[in-house]
Write a protein that binds this ligand. Structure first.
Ligand SMILES: Cc1cc2nc3c(=O)[nH]c(=O)nc-3n(C[C@H](O)[C@H](O)[C@H](O)COP(=O)(O)O)c2cc1C
Length: 253
């Protein structure tokens, strides 16, 4: 999790909180220790190891999480990466860790089994660098070169698990990508239809639903049948260890 790690968990496990640079998410948050070269190499090996284990366990593929202010995103953006040397200090160098992870994992499990998730506009966990278009253009073009299965993008109007009223568009990313794109973030069925049928009928886009799946366990059925959706309850999203807001939403009649 890099600098997004919880200090009580790190203390319990006896590990340091590490990141690209010693920059906390916000004032008062844990200050990460700048990672060494060996620790960066270890992260690449860990992604390969975990991906191979996932394939061994029978998953169809692996989606690498380069989004939402976690470790790989922290290396990409200068809000969290101010390091000198080959893993920081320029667009190309900030992309390097993710580039290495894509290359190593795609090599291990096959690029057709590999997806990459990015959040371009999110401010969650202290992200959203100012020059993000050149940065994300660079990493999307790198991912394209490896011919991975798909790119998964998060809309600007969702930041973590919350909505905002941003109108930032993903169009530049759609233009860079030739393969399938998954897109998530505050979609309803009619908005998804509009994106696919009217705005980008020429693109291979697949709309992903997150929160509505929590409150509608039969979401696909309801959408197909045109049934009303149950609203989700935000205050129970993170009710750990409780069935409330997790397995107590009803099926449609
Ligand atoms: C309860 C909950 C937990 C989430 N956990 C994570 C997470 O651990 N990592 C992450 O990148 N996104 C997480 N998200 C964000 C979702 O992956 C997704 O991007 C977001 O919900 C947007 O899709 P939606 O509008 O259809 O829900 C979480 C969302 C919710 C509601």
């Amino acid at each position: 999790m890099g600098r997004a790690a919880y200090s009580d968990v790190a203390r319990e496990e006896g590990v340091d909180i590490i990141g690209p640079s010693a920059i906390p998410i916000e004032e008062g948050a844990p200050v990460p220790r700048e990672m060494t070269f060996d620790e960066i190499q270890q992260v690449i090996s860990d992604f390969v190891y975990a991906s191979m284990k996932a394939m061994e366990a029978g998953f169809n593929g692996v989606e690498v999480h380069g989004a939402n202010g976690y470790l790989l995103d922290q290396f990409l953006q200068d809000t969290s990466n101010q390091r000198q040397g080959e893993f920081g200090s320029s667009v190309k160098n900030r992309s390097r860790l993710l580039d290495c992870v894509i290359k190593a994992v795609a090599n291990a499990i096959g690029p057709d089994r590999f997806g990459l998730r990015l959040s371009l506009w999110s401010v969650f966990q202290g992200m959203r660098m100012s020059g993000l278009i050149p940065q994300f253009t660079n990493i999307i073009l790198k991912a394209r070169k490896f011919n991975i299965a798909y790119l998964h993008l998060i809309e600007g109007r969702v930041t973590g698990a919350r909505d905002n009223d941003s109108h930032d568009t993903l169009d530049f990313a759609y233009d860079l990508w030739t393969g399938p794109v998954l897109v998530a973030g505050g979609y309803t069925l009619s908005e998804a239809r509009r994106l696919l049928d009217e705005i980008h009928p020429d693109k291979k886009i697949l709309v992903v639903f997150g929160r509505y799946f929590i409150s509608n366990r039969d979401l696909a059925f309801r959408m197909r049948e045109g049934l009303e959706l149950t609203a989700y309850r935000r205050d129970t999203f993170y009710a750990v260890g409780s069935p409330v807001g997790y397995s107590d939403y009803a099926f449609s009649k």
